[in-house]
Design a protein around this ligand. Structure first.
Ligand SMILES: [Mn+2]
Length: 340
């Protein structure tokens, strides 16, 4: 399905008066997922579609300022209500993720729902749902959503709130326009968002200048005491235990961006954060240049993602075992995927 076919199909769905939509971001909501949910729910409401944002976990504090995000309903708090909304919905919009597997506890109820399912996303290989609007060349789902919204309703339709939300996704998914943002179109979209009332300073202040002392100390401890570099390869590993998260009063989003920090060192090309959570060990991979960390995540850590940014997870193993697996599979990864 081409992007314009997808947009045409979405347009036809929106033409039905009184329809009800549910919007879902991926698990561990980031700036792009939150920004796209905020902007799209604003657009749908303005177009007369009733819509609710459902999350399988929680919106992190640094993103709760986004319009309509503080009213998102968490499955953790109101499972019954979420199930009912999914059952009664005419349309379920999956934003910034390519498969229902990224919807945590919501997944079975989304699968079961008879609603028309729509994916708007920039990750490779989207699940074949009813309507797929996917483009892996854009910087972010928010950049893609800008085209979706303006093609359906026109540029005048965008409000400053929507512009701020879309910019949040573009900015955070590119690490502040540092990676995955060499396409001129990204800057045309930003220019048009500015014309629609984007308040860039306010967005930056909310995203980057809203710190807590406990978060600074958590990050400081990881960088000072935990960061390890592979003896033979340019790989940094950042192990984080559950105990550390608890003692520094961790809240969702506190470690956002930390995995990128080691890449600022000239001779480090890959950074892997290994975080112990209650039920599983989560991995986050970042790389510089043409090093496909998504392959490493896919083959050894039940994950995947983009060339330079990927994730994975392991269950039933200790943090130490996963860190060891990262070190042990490093020679395989470099010999298979990195030409020197
Ligand atoms: Mn994204």
């Amino acid at each position: 399905m081409s992007i314009s076919e997808g947009i045409e199909q979405l347009k036809a769905l929106l033409g039905k008066p009184g329809s009800r939509a549910v919007i879902i971001p991926h698990i561990s909501v980031d700036g792009d997922a939150a920004g796209s949910c905020s902007a799209f729910s604003g657009a749908l409401e303005k177009a007369g579609v009733k819509c609710r944002i459902l999350t399988c976990d929680y919106i992190p504090d640094y993103l709760r300022w986004l319009p309509r995000l503080s009213q998102a309903i968490s499955f953790q708090d109101k499972a019954g209500y979420c199930k009912r909304l999914l059952r009664e919905a005419d349309m379920i919009c999956m934003l910034d993720h390519n498969t229902m597997k990224r919807e945590g506890d919501l997944e079975p109820w989304v699968r079961e729902s008879k609603a028309v399912k729509v994916v708007i996303d920039h990750h490779p290989d989207p699940e074949a749902v009813d309507v797929v609007i996917s483009n892996i060349r854009v910087s972010s789902t928010c950049e893609l959503l800008y085209s979706v919204i303006t093609e359906i309703w026109g540029r005048e339709f965008l409000t400053p709130d929507m512009a701020n939300a879309l910019y949040t996704g573009i900015n955070t998914d590119t690490g502040g326009l540092s990676h995955n943002s060499s396409h001129p179109e990204t800057y045309r979209v930003i220019a048009e968002l500015l014309e629609s009332g984007l308040d860039k300073e306010t967005v930056h202040r909310y995203i980057y200048e809203t710190n807590k002392l406990s978060r600074l100390r958590l990050i400081g401890n990881i960088l000072l005491n935990k960061l390890t570099v592979h003896p033979d390869y340019p790989v940094a590993v950042l192990p984080v235990t559950l105990g550390e998260l608890e003692s520094y009063n961790y809240q969702e989003g506190d470690l956002e961006g930390v995995v990128n920090i080691p890449l600022s060192v000239a001779n480090i090309y890959v950074s892997v954060q290994v975080t112990q959570r209650k039920e599983r060990i989560k991995l986050s991979f970042r790389s510089k240049g043409a090093i496909p960390v998504n392959e490493w995540a896919r083959v050894h850590f039940n994950g995947g993602g983009h060339l330079n940014a990927a994730g994975g997870q392991c269950e039933g193993v200790t943090l130490e075992e996963v860190v060891q697996r990262v070190f042990d599979t490093t020679p395989w990864f470099f010999s298979t995927y990195v030409s020197v």
